[in-house]
Design a binder for this molecule. Structure first.
Ligand code: 5AD
Ligand code: SF4
Length: 464
């Protein structure tokens, strides 16, 4: 169906609820842009909206459970008024039509590649309830100009999507499909556009960014990264997620040689035991992983590293688990994202016996997180007294003199200042810390032009 006027959703209110990763957040921002271009207005509560979109994550059982409890709460809304309720993203892709029978209030479902047609899908559904189920696998140009950004200074830029790796625990290759790369030119156009709007930080996004290749020329990720650094106005560049199997010296050197690329890296290891890594089909040994860590630290001693860990993978022994704990001590991550293993549909490990009892998984997760908390506190204390560059993101609602931002390593820094630095880089002296954030005060004449002084990190990319 064709859109009949340029603003066919004028007068309608919409609400988007997002579960899951940065990719989903980014997709939601783009869907919001398309809806607003078509005349719809955002409201913060689903009760007041005509269009409710739930953008879903299937990566872990827990995220899926959260979705179904949210949908349960929505059920009464869908029936009361003439609302359109849509489920988009990975759960939609995974369960497709069976979602309609699981939940009465759903009017449409659309996979992760379909959000670009969101307006047309809604218009179809409004004509005939529960009509549209769309599945396509085309990598189309992303409508970036209309994106509604949640953050006014830092933006995600998708460079690739999907995954060819099939780690045995993971559902992503089945929901996001095989790897699809966005052409270099389109990535650069979007970054230039963001720079013209005043964005200072760019986070290049993809399931495996370091597998990136320009679809026409085969140009690799580190070359794309170099080109992004040439764009004026963008001062900090990050990228997520990198796969240790595809890491290479060119990327490490590019990070080292370029001031704009933050000295911060998220490199998911998943486990510290080679037998577990093998059964996860990760494609590297612990020793190979540690080689990359050594190289990165030797080039950039101040680099801030973060990782993902799964505890309780089928067959994980107490000894295996302690190897993961030893790894945390050895690397000294600034932050970790840790999860209890849950079997996922279609994944190879979903067919293994889920042999580690739930209680053991819970105990291991707590032990791991307690250990990491101590490591973080120890490392953060060493930063007290330093002056570091912080990108200020806003001020505390409770106390307008307390501001919050991130340092080069993506660590949260809360600081006192007697003027508003929102959207600017500012020099902050660290005066105290906790395990999860640093506290400090803006130094005199704190506004900052680009140069590298001290920086440290706690990366908190993943939301759960
Ligand atoms: N169980 C637990 N954690 C998982 N992850 C992915 N699949 C699973 C699963 N089945 C975690 C991994 C991955 C992160 C995004 O989610 O650590 O890196
Ligand atoms: Fe999942 Fe592994 Fe692909 Fe990451 S690399 S998305 S964990 S299959």
């Amino acid at each position: 169906m064709k859109i009949s006027s340029s603003q066919p959703l004028r007068g309608k209110y919409y609400h988007i609820k997002t579960f899951g990763c940065q990719m989903n957040e980014n997709d939601s921002e783009r869907m919001a842009g398309l809806l607003e271009e078509s005349g719809a207005e955002r409201v913060s509560s689903p009760e007041k909206s005509d269009i409710i979109i739930v953008n879903t994550c299937a990566v872990r059982e827990k995220s899926e459970d959260k979705l179904f409890s949210y949908l349960g709460r929505l059920s009464h809304l869908g029936k009361k008024r003439d609302k359109v309720v849509g489920v988009t993203g990975c759960v939609a892709q995974l369960y497709r039509n069976s979602l309609f029978t699981k939940n009465e209030s759903i009017d449409f479902i659309a996979g992760p590649d379909n959000y670009r047609q969101i307006v047309n899908i809604i218009l179809e559904v409004r004509k005939e309830k529960r009509a549209a189920t769309q599945w396509s696998r085309n990598w189309q140009n992303i409508p970036y100009e209309s994106t509604v950004h949640e953050n006014p200074v830092s933006s995600y830029v998708t460079i690739m999507e999907g995954c060819n790796n099939f780690c045995t625990y993971c559902v992503v290759p089945f929901t996001r499909g095989r790897e699809k790369y966005r052409p270099v030119k389109l990535v650069l156009d979007e970054v230039k556009f963001l720079s013209s709007l005043g964005y200072k930080e760019i986070i290049l996004l993809g399931q495996n960014v370091n597998c990136y290749q320009d679809p026409d020329t085969g140009e690799e990720f580190f070359l794309l990264l170099r080109r992004v650094t040439e764009i004026d106005g963008i001062e900090w560049i990050r990228f997520i997620t990198s796969h240790p199997k595809n890491f290479n010296k060119n990327l490490a050197n590019t990070m080292n040689e370029n001031q704009k690329i933050c000295r911060q890296l998220h490199l998911p290891v998943q486990a510290g035991s080679n037998s577990v890594l093998k059964r996860m089909k990760r494609g590297y040994t612990l020793e190979e992983y540690l080689e990359w860590i050594r190289l990165l630290k030797s080039l950039m001693p101040d680099i801030c590293l973060s990782t993902d860990i799964i505890v309780g993978f089928p067959g994980e022994s107490e000894k295996d688990f302690h190897k993961t704990c030893d790894l945390l001590e050895e690397v000294g991550y600034t932050n970790i994202f840790s999860f209890r293993y849950s079997p996922r549909p279609l994944s190879a490990a979903g067919r293994y016996q889920d042999s580690v009892p739930l209680e053991t998984k819970k105990k291991r997760l707590i032990e791991l997180q307690e250990l990491q908390k101590k490591i973080q506190l120890r490392q953060n204390k060493q930063k007290v007294g330093r002056v570091m560059k912080v990108l200020c993101l806003g001020h505390s609602k409770k106390d307008p003199k307390i501001y919050s931002g991130r340092n080069e390593g993506y660590q949260v820094v809360n600081f006192k200042a007697d003027r508003d630095f929102t959207g600017n880089f500012v020099m902050v002296r660290i005066t105290s810390c906790g395990p999860y954030s640093l506290r400090g005060e803006a130094v005199n004449n704190a506004l900052f032009s680009l140069s590298r002084i001290n920086h440290t990190t706690e990366s908190s990319y993943r939301k759960d």
